[in-house]
Design a protein around this ligand. Structure first.
Ligand SMILES: [Fe+2]
Length: 332
């Protein structure tokens, strides 16, 4: 069996294939690694047949849509996934057939309402339902500690201790565990009392993932990431040199010689957000240190003429993010 674990920061994804038929599936692929999955499969003589996500990720961008489009393969996710680009909506008891491999689907809501585990005869892809020495959090949108309790202690209960556990995250460079080892040593699995488990999950005070809003929006809608928008905008204004673009912008009102009293616009908060999210540094123009938070309306409209997707990008960055009622952690 082809089995590759691909690490992207703390995110783990998997390329799994059937030796006899040379068919493969990629599980929880990260957008930044999209070329790597395709390259790895080609190098080993495999064809990727499915791209699957174990749930809607809130901390990184999925590559399922990109791979689906690029390779002409179906995207598989839980039936409750909000993503409109999902082709195969999986539910309890379904089987994903990859050559001679059979991946059985177990719905395991809790970390998100669309979480599932994929089971092979000797191993288990747990997504963020069960991590090594922990579990996924339940304070992000659609998270539910009661559902996670049922998933961990009821849905996974019939599974064999010897199954290897391959999660979607690990921040300590561990590659895998086993269900037996987790049942014996994972602190969250020792908390068998339902209410105590729920209280434990509700009491966690976790910081928000760095790009929560952007990751959720992108993964739920199939929309573009800010980086993709910037790349596209960069291509769209390729007919202008960077120096020329900067001249356009500078001429629009950031110069010191500008008439006093020119109205400033209320986009300053958005631009400050852009600055603080460090995305400003990715801009394809030399705009740093030019008093971006006091850019004039005139300058902004000039900027959007050469960079049409900027307003959409700023709206995506600054729109408030809905938080679930169960949220009990620190502020984002
Ligand atoms: Fe997650």
């Amino acid at each position: 069996m082809l089995f590759e674990q691909i690490r992207h920061g703390g995110c783990l994804s998997y390329l799994v294939g059937c030796d006899e038929t040379r068919q493969a599936i990629v599980i929880d692929p990260a957008l930044e690694e999209a070329d790597r999955y395709v390259g790895l499969a080609a190098e080993r003589g495999f064809r990727i047949r499915y791209a699957a996500d174990t749930h809607t990720h809130a901390d990184h961008f999925t590559a399922t849509r990109e791979l689906g489009r690029q390779l002409g393969i179906p995207v598989a996710m839980h039936r409750a996934s909000p993503a409109p680009f999902v082709d195969l909506r999986l539910e309890d008891g379904d089987t994903l057939i990859v050559g001679n491999l059979r991946l059985n689907v177990i719905e395991t809501p809790g970390h998100t309402s669309d979480s599932l585990c994929l089971v092979l005869p000797d191993r288990l892809f747990t997504g963020d339902t069960l991590l090594i020495g922990g579990t996924g959090r339940t304070d992000l949108p659609t998270g539910d500690p009661e559902a996670l309790y049922d998933s961990l202690f009821r849905k996974l209960a019939p599974l064999d201790d010897r199954l290897l556990v391959f999660p979607a995250h690990d921040y300590k460079s561990r590659s895998h565990s086993s269900l037996g080892a987790e049942r014996a040593g994972n602190p969250r699995l020792q908390q068998r009392d339902r209410q105590a488990f729920i209280d434990l999950m509700r009491g966690l005070d976790l910081a928000m993932p760095e790009h929560l809003s952007e990751a959720l929006r992108t993964n739920r809608t199939g929309g573009k990431t800010v980086k993709q928008m910037i790349a596209e905008a960069g291509r769209a204004i390729a007919f202008l040199s960077m120096a020329e673009v900067k001249r356009h912008i500078d001429a629009g009102g950031t110069r010191k010689t500008k008439k006093p009293g020119t109205p400033k616009v209320a986009i300053s908060a958005a631009l400050v957000e852009l600055n603080s999210s460090r995305l400003w540094s990715l801009l394809p123009i030399g705009f740093h240190g030019t008093g971006a938070d006091t850019i004039s309306q005139n300058s902004f409209s000039r900027l959007t003429r050469v960079w049409p997707s900027l307003p959409a990008m700023m709206a995506a960055l600054t729109a408030p993010m809905e938080m679930p009622a169960t949220h009990s952690g620190s502020k984002p």
